[in-house]
Design a protein around this ligand. Structure first.
Ligand code: NDP
Ligand code: 8X3
Length: 249
């Protein structure tokens, strides 16, 4: 039977690559993001028999509910929710950071994610489905300038584990994927559009690609139903963790 996956943040990076991966594997896909023209391009490429796109800002709870209410019947039975949309904004240390950017990260990475999850839980329980949350190594390992972004991702990982406990016995699987450095539009967004900064960060680093992570998302979604990966941390070989900092005054 054809399964349905709802993927947020499908206009770029991991989400866009995941759309391609699931469609290629015969799934029905609901793809969301704010940039309507990119979603339309997906429909132009793939048609709408197995693809439903809907453009809205995830931070707008009313728009989210309207999008769910308007979902065509063929796409309503969501088996897998991929909470992928998210962003980092800025690299400033806390004492110099923008409160507006902090709030936007919290509203997107946390509030929108829990709101959508809450709305789809009844369906996911009925379908004995799966929730795949895109967290980050930034939620595990702190670094200067990671402050609120890392905090939101720590929330995502811990919320995932909490969901696992609450959904005990329902058959619903929950996974937090915690990627390290991957080249997408992530750094362009983080630096407010600084393409040079993005290019410099990834230059020579052989970072992960969006396809790498899409493959992991698809792998998790298609595991035998008696298996649950709780959290999955993945980095490029070129990246590793380096020690503590010590201030001597
Ligand atoms: P991209 O910037 O390429 O993609 C982010 C996606 O999120 C876009 O499709 C964007 O769509 C969507 N999005 C952002 N804000 C909103 C919003 N308010 N409403 C709806 N959609 C929104 O980055 P990635 O693919 O790299 O990021 C995907 C996830 O992976 C994020 O949660 C990120 O934190 C996480 N991550 C990324 C890593 C990396 O190194 N790239 C590493 C670890 C985790 P649109 O702008 O059209 O709304
Ligand atoms: C993205 C990974 O290390 O750039 O979540 O914050 S990092």
């Amino acid at each position: 039977m054809t399964k349905t996956v709802l993927i947020t943040g499908a206009t770029s990076g991991f989400g866009a690559a995941a759309v391609e991966r699931f469609l290629a594997d015969g799934w029905r896909v609901v793809a969301t993001g704010r940039r309507a023209e990119r979603l339309q391009a997906l429909v132009d490429r793939h048609g709408s028999a197995r693809l439903h796109t809907v453009a809205f800002d995830l931070r707008d709870a009313d728009a989210m509910q309207a999008a769910l209410d308007a979902m065509p019947a063929a796409f309503r039975d969501v088996d897998v929710l991929v909470n992928n949309a998210g962003l980092a904004l800025g690299t400033a240390v806390a004492q110099q950071a923008s409160l507006a950017q902090w709030r936007q990260m919290i509203d997107t990475n946390i509030t929108a994610l829990v709101t959508l999850t809450h709305a789809l839980l009844p369906t996911l329980i009925e379908r004995r489905g799966a929730i795949i949350n895109i967290s980050s190594i930034a939620g595990v390992y702190p670094y200067p300038g990671g402050n609120v972004y890392g905090g939101t991702k720590a929330f995502v990982s811990q919320f995932s584990l909490g969901l696992r406990s609450d959904l005990h016995g329902t058959g619903v699987r929950v996974t937090a994927i915690e990627p390290g450095m991957a080249e997408t539009e992530f750094t362009l967004v983080r630096t407010s559009g600084d393409q040079d900064a993005s290019d410099t960060l990834y230059a020579g680093a052989n970072p992960m690609t969006a396809d790498d992570i899409a493959g992991v998302i698809h792998y998790v979604a298609t595991l035998p139903p008696h298996l649950n990966i709780n959290r999955l941390e993945i980095m490029p070989v070129s990246q590793s963790v380096a020690g503590f900092q010590v201030h001597r005054g």
